[in-house]
Write a protein that binds this ligand. Structure first.
Ligand SMILES: Nc1nc2c(ncn2[C@@H]2O[C@H](COP(=O)(O)OP(=O)(O)O)[C@@H](O)[C@H]2O)c(=O)[nH]1
Ligand SMILES: [Mg+2]
Length: 441
């Protein structure tokens, strides 16, 4: 996500930070480069103009010129202005399980509405104990209803649909009648989208809105389509006055234009982002974290949340106790690796770590292969060996190397690193631990 923009900005800042004292022309040159980088990332040109103007005012003022580390100071200003650009602090989704909340999703075809319906149902059930139901109001393509039904089944969430009518209000009525009789605290309405804005479609959605009176309308935008998404958002907003945006496909190589312009153009914030095709790939949107990611400062908070989601709390507690007593074994280690895998592809996780940039990723070549080797080695050990690696002598090492399709060197390396890790864990309570902690791959 936003790799090019991130790299460009980092290059500019590296240059600035290397300079020590900054002259007015240094700053102006850098601002020109930032301007180009943003335009190339497909950010709306009016937004870019304004953004640069604001940074220039601050950067050429006392704030930077007189500071001890002017380069650092410019980065700080850009960071703050990026956060302001994506600000969503005004938006709050008020959900309580004791009353019904209706959400309607709108947007062009292929933007990710139907997927987002399922993602939201899953999200609110997990985070707020919501009892969701899905309503299939995309009546033009039979495949669309089927798609929602498949997702509903996967989640075990009821889907209200009617393949015998093209009248979406009729379906909405059936759904609302159903909700009266059944227990549901969250209704999510999927709607039809066309490839382009189309008067008939807009009228149908407007009528449906007036009929359903949703508590929230989310505009679903495909981040890969950049400024097009922003222009379409504006038209939808003029007609429907939606509440917030769900920006999808941020896991791809979107350039950043949509994420950085949509708020300033429509005055509606991004509330959620889609980070993949899976139902669990929905995240709340935090402008400060996004700004940090763009500036290559990493995204530690999202990383921690992901870890918390993936690690079962009970398991984590058990592990902590074992570590304290120095009883951490290779079996525990294997369990940990598997939890890590649940967090998602390793390269995505790595990107959230501050200081890890695209170059480093390339050098390290995190394709998960190393992880697979480590797993294979541990799987080739007997339970006894995993619990007590000291018994792994030369001949056992040869057997394990053969069994795992690796080499004796690889087995040796893992065992050595594991011992190092264990001895570090002993000092868990000292602050040095965190500084020294390195995963052994
Ligand atoms: N990579 C990625 N793909 C997504 C995301 N959201 C949706 N998709 C995919 O985009 C395509 C269109 O999604 P769909 O929900 O059917 O869009 P709709 O026409 O607006 O209902 C599907 O293939 C989805 O799997 C996302 O956040 N990331
Ligand atoms: Mg759909």
């Amino acid at each position: 996500m936003f790799n090019d923009l991130s790299e460009r900005l980092n290059g500019i800042f590296r240059n600035l930070k290397g300079k020590g004292k900054l002259s007015e022309s240094n700053i102006k040159d850098s601002l020109k480069e930032i301007r180009m980088a943003l335009l190339e990332a497909d950010v709306n040109f009016r937004i870019v103009k304004n953004f640069i103007k604001e940074i220039q005012e601050r950067a050429l003022g006392q704030e930077v010129m007189k500071s001890l580390e002017p380069g650092q100071q410019v980065v700080k200003i850009v960071h703050e202005q990026l956060i302001a650009l994506m600000d969503n602090s005004d938006f709050k989704l008020d959900f309580h399980n004791n009353k019904l909340t209706k959400i309607m999703l709108v947007g062009l075809q292929g933007s990710g509405k139907t997927t987002a319906c399922a993602k939201l149902a899953n999200y609110f059930r997990k985070k707020k104990n919501a009892i969701p139901s899905l309503v299939a109001c995309d009546v033009y393509r039979p495949a669309a209803i089927h798609q929602l039904e498949v997702l509903g089944k996967q989640l075990n969430v009821p889907v209200i649909s009617d393949t015998n009518t093209k009248d979406v209000k009729k379906i909405a009525k059936q759904a609302m009648d159903w909700t009266q009789k059944n227990n549901s605290s969250l209704m999510i309405f999927d709607t039809a989208g066309r490839l382009h804005i189309d008067q008939d479609m807009m009228k149908e959605i407007k009528d449906l809105k007036d009929y359903v009176k949703p508590d929230y309308i989310f505009f679903v935008a495909d981040a890969m389509t950049g400024q097009d998404a922003v222009n379409v958002a504006k038209e939808f907003n003029d007609l429907l006055a939606f509440d917030a945006v769900i920006l999808t496909k941020l896991d791809g190589d979107a350039r950043g234009g949509a994420a950085l312009s949509i708020k300033a153009v429509t005055d509606k914030p991004v509330a959620f982002v889609g980070m993949g095709e899976k139902i669990s790939d929905l995240e709340e949107f935090f402008p400060d974290r996004m700004a940090s990611r763009i500036l290559g400062m990493g995204d530690v908070l999202s990383l921690i949340e992901k870890a918390q989601d993936a690690f079962d709390e009970e398991q984590a507690e058990k592990l902590a106790k074992k570590m304290k007593k120095n009883q951490f074994t290779l079996s525990d280690f294997l369990e940990q690796l598997q939890s890590m895998k649940k967090m998602g592809p390793l390269d995505q996780i790595m990107k959230m770590i501050p200081g890890v940039n695209a170059k480093m990723m390339e050098q390290v070549n995190f394709d998960g292969k190393q992880l697979a080797h480590i797993e294979a080695i541990i799987y080739s050990m007997t339970i006894k060996e995993r619990e007590n690696p000291k018994i792994i002598n030369g001949s056992r090492r040869i057997r394990i190397a053969k069994g795992s399709g690796t080499s004796v060197q690889a087995v040796n390396r893992l065992l050595k690193q594991f011992e190092q890790m264990k001895s570090m864990m002993k000092n868990m309570n000292s602050s040095k631990f965190m500084k020294n902690f390195k995963m052994p791959f």
